[in-house]
Structure formats: structure tokens, C-alpha cells
Design a protein around this ligand. Sequence first.
Ligand code: GDP
Ligand code: MG
Length: 171
Amino acid sequence: MVVFNVVVLGAGGVGKSALTARYVRNEFRENYDPTIEENYTRSVVVDGVQSQLEILDTAGAEQFTSINEVYIQAALGFVLAFSLTQEASLREIDSLRQQIYRIKGDDTIPIVVVGTKADLANEREVQRATISSLANKWNHPFYETSAKRDWHVNEVFDEITRQMRARYPQG
Ligand code: GDP
Ligand code: MG
């Protein structure tokens, strides 16, 4: 089975661990240790084809928008997460995206943009139109998710898997 390395990046507290834990374990907890960086494995069937995902839930350094070049180089796909309740976290995605392009030497690599915490409608700071126009400009698909309610979490990983398979058929 083909194996794909995926890295989940974004500012601290946006919900990277919650998104990953929902996807891999189908669970949601109110609190994850913000300092823990962990690798998860999950198999996924997309469009009838099974693949293995190695998902790195990052922590720490990316809070300062400077990322670890080693795991960026090793990864084939990126989930860039920001919180719909925190406008500043969207700007961090823009910076991460540019760092990834620079490190990979390419701006057509598999990336999915994810706005998290869609269930917190009253706290929302980023409108769909804003994300839509940015994501179109960047040429990456985007999703609005809730790890708490399990909204659109699987779609994120299905989409990144599709992109990686198209781009790197051998993994
Ligand atoms: P990380 O630092 O990016 O890994 O963020 P965490 O996954 O640890 O989440 C930070 C906080 O946001 C925690 O208290 C989570 O419970 C909360 N959180 C994460 N995702 C969601 C969500 O979809 N909805 C709500 N309401 N809270 C969330
Ligand atoms: Mg975390």
C-alpha cells in the first residue's frame, strides 16, 4: 500500500490536535497538551483506492511561524489550519504557505486550507467569502470544519489524499 506523509500546521490553539484526533480516533476532548507533537497512522479509502496516511500533528515552533524544514521536506501533503474564530491565525497560514513553497521549491504541492471551530458561530471572525477568495488566489481547496461536531473532517483528509495520489503515484 502506498504511504503518504501529511503534516498539519497552523498557529497554536487553532485545533490541529482536535482535527487530527477526530480523524484518526473519532474522538474530541476539550483539552490537548499544546506542546505534544505526535505522529498518527490511518488507512483511508478514497475513490475506491486504499492508502496509508502518516499524519504529523505539529506543536510548538510553528506558533512563531517558523517551521521545521526537515519535516516539511519529508512531507508530501500539508493541512494548513486556522481558526474561524481568530483572524490572526489566517495570516499565519499565509506565512506558512510561503515557507512551504520556498522549502519545497514549488507552489503546486498538495495543500488543503482548513478553517476550524465552525461550531462556534457566535465567535466567528473570518467570513467564508474571505477564505474563498484567498484560497482561490492561492489555488488550494478549503474546508470549514468542526472537530467537536465532526463536520467536514473526513473531507479534508480525503482531499489531501486525492491530491497526493495524483501528484505522487508511488507515495
Ligand atoms: P492545537 O494547538 O492547534 O493543537 O489546538 P487544540 O487541538 O489543542 O485545540 C485548542 C482548543 O480549541 C482546545 O480547547 C479544543 O478543545 C478547542 N477546539 C479545537 N477544535 C474545536 C472545534 O472544532 N470546536 C470547538 N468548539 N472547539 C475546538
Ligand atoms: Mg496540538
